[in-house]
Design a protein around this ligand. Structure first.
Ligand SMILES: NC(=O)c1ccc[n+]([C@@H]2O[C@H](COP(=O)([O-])OP(=O)(O)OC[C@H]3O[C@@H](n4cnc5c(N)ncnc54)[C@H](O)[C@@H]3O)[C@@H](O)[C@H]2O)c1
Length: 350
């Protein structure tokens, strides 16, 4: 029906789910029709914080049986596969929080179910829409950076011990690989610039002392070879004594980008004496901080894009095939660290 709002259901009313709920409530083309959470108190908290009223469920299957046309999946990682497959089978469009699933088979199941039913899919890697990366991407597309030959991104996140997410984040059966959970963002970002990945080498370990130890890894460095020959690097650490850092560095034959600073050989000629320190400085407030939302962490923009996919038919900027490629690259990195050899994505995909 023309002008009707997209009826959206939220599964998981935790930290991320509450952000998403606020962004749907603010969007005039969408309606937060229902919320499901196994903990009713978490839905009550969402209601209290936002004033939202609507249908509530304590199991997601009942939400899928309701009139919602699309779902946002923001529950712990291990549930993403089952929920995505069930949603696709029920013909509901999907915004799924990262990671897509916690095993290569799980990701394949999601991809196949989404393709089979033809539902729309968007993975929750919001940083592609951060203005720094949009700016750098446009420079690359316009040829101003020349040929990209290396791109790097770091995820260094202390994650304070009292955050709710630690109730499950360290447990492999619920969270899967912590590298995939955290640095999936970085792998997605370097793919945004470098394209598809062919091969990965990685080292990983667990170093930071904690009350409840992380069962997978809290530190990793992965080196990627893109299909076009360029090199990528992702550095991951959960627990360092540092505020959140999400760094980005890109090197092309005509220019480089280091977070919010851009050097181009064209403006002015970098090689001319006296101009080595000339660069374009973009606002430092655009650098991701993982807290504020809005311009540096554009969860709202990605959610608005999802609503546009539903109401305007806008194609997904990060569909199920793209999400699959990012996830498989993350699994390949972990496999490389385990087997102490470089792994091709072809091997991982079987
Ligand atoms: N994109 C990002 O930047 C970003 C940031 C943080 C978290 N996340 C992702 O969001 C998801 C949730 O993380 P969080 O920080 O909000 O965690 P959280 O623990 O705060 O919230 C999870 C919620 O899911 C609910 N839940 C658990 N099992 C459920 C089930 N079977 N059905 C319905 N609800 C269920 C819990 O009760 C809780 O309310 C994770 O997958 C995480 O990776 C993404």
């Amino acid at each position: 029906m023309k002008g009707a709002k997209a009826k959206i259901g939220l599964i998981g009313a935790g930290w991320m789910g509450r952000h998403h709920a606020c962004n749907i409530i603010k969007n005039n083309a969408a309606e937060l029709f229902a919320v499901a959470d196994v903990e009713e108190k978490n839905i009550n908290r969402l209601q209290k914080e936002t004033g939202w009223e609507g249908r509530i469920f304590t199991n997601y299957e009942a939400l899928l049986d309701s009139e919602v046309e699309a779902v946002i999946i923001a529950s712990p990682n291990a549930s993403h596969e089952k929920m995505s497959v069930s949603a696709a089978k029920a013909g509901k469009h999907i915004y799924c929080e990262k990671p897509m699933a916690i095993s290569p088979e799980g990701c394949r199941n999601v991809r196949d179910a989404v393709r089979k039913r033809g539902v729309k899919y968007l993975i929750g890697y919001h940083r592609r829409l951060n203005p720094l990366y949009q700016y750098a991407h446009q420079l690359l597309v316009d040829g101003k950076l020349g040929n990209l030959f290396m791109v790097e991104s770091d995820y260094l996140h202390h994650i304070p011990g009292d955050w709710d997410i630690w109730s499950w984040l360290g447990k492999e059966k619920i969270a899967g690989s912590l590298f995939h959970a955290g640095s999936g963002h970085n792998v997605d970002l370097i793919r945004f610039f470098g394209g598809d990945i062919m091969e990965v080498s990685c080292m990983k370990g667990t170093f930071m002392p904690r009350k409840e130890q992380v069962e997978t890894e809290d530190t990793a460095v992965a080196i990627f070879r893109f299909k076009n020959g360029a090199i990528g690097k992702v550095q991951f650490c959960v627990g360092p004594i540092l505020p959140f850092q999400f760094n980005f560095r890109l090197y092309g034959t005509k220019g480089s980008v280091l977070n919010n600073k851009v050097w181009l050989d064209a403006i002015p000629r970098f090689a001319d004496t006296g101009h080595e320190n000339d660069f374009i400085e973009l606002p430092a407030t655009w650098i991701p901080d993982n807290v504020q939302g809005g311009i540096s962490e554009p969860w709202d923009k990605l959610m608005n894009h999802f609503v546009d996919m539903l109401v305007k038919g806008t194609p997904s900027i990060n569909d199920v095939d793209s999400a699959f490629q990012t996830s498989i690259a993350c699994f390949a990195a972990m496999e490389s660290a385990r087997r102490k050899k470089s792994i091709t994505l072809k091997e991982m995909m079987g």
